[in-house]
Design a protein around this ligand. Sequence first.
Ligand code: 3SL
Length: 259
Amino acid sequence: MKLFFYHTPEAVPPDGSPNLAIAIDVLRATTTIATLLAAGAEAVQVFSDLEALTHTRESWAPKPGLRIGERGGQKVAGFDLGNSPLDCTAERVANCRIFMSTTNGTRALQRIQDTPIVLAAALINRLAVVQYLHQHQPETVWMVGSGWEGSFSLEDTVCAGAILDSLLAMEQQPLKNLAGNDEAVAALALFQSYQHNLLSLLEQASHGQRLLHLQLDNDLKYCAQTDVLDILPIQREAGILVSWSLRSSNPKQTGSGQI
Ligand code: 3SL
């Protein structure tokens, strides 16, 4: 197995074909997706375009559904929820199809949606991702950071490093066997420097500061935790993520598509 890390969707090679790709948006889209599925959402369907999202949600009615929309860190006017994982309680989201659009995270998912297996990772579900990699041994893995509007982000890089760090321990392999590019090695070094102080790194990050200006301190605290959710969001069909059960090696949701 070789893991490659790309800082942004734009950095992904145009003609590569990994066996598995992982979207990372610690602040906050993939953290929110894992939390939604942990709270019992039926599935999360991602969109870059708000109009397409609203149209799809309307055709989903009368089944239960919620629209999550974020632009500039804030809830899109008229939507049910913004992108705060702290709003994703079971009371609100259980059994609902979630229609979601965010500035960067949903774009990263769309960039890799043609890969045979697509996962969503954050710090909170890092171990679930690593266990899946260990069980399935994909040959080539791309980890794709969402960044911010095409630029590098500290929080997605540290999460890629956290995945590699935990996988190295589980596989009992030297770094040179698992790291596919220099970005992966640098991500590991960042994680190893900050692993005991992830919250301070998120507070230092430019997007962390943007969220702090919006008084979202508790969101940062939540997103900085590692391995607190045993949930693995996996793509069931293009743009639709459901929860994978590691224990049964099966998707928990029943759906029409094959994973
Ligand atoms: O860019 C994104 O996809 C969002 O996660 C950004 S925010 O944390 O909701 O501001």
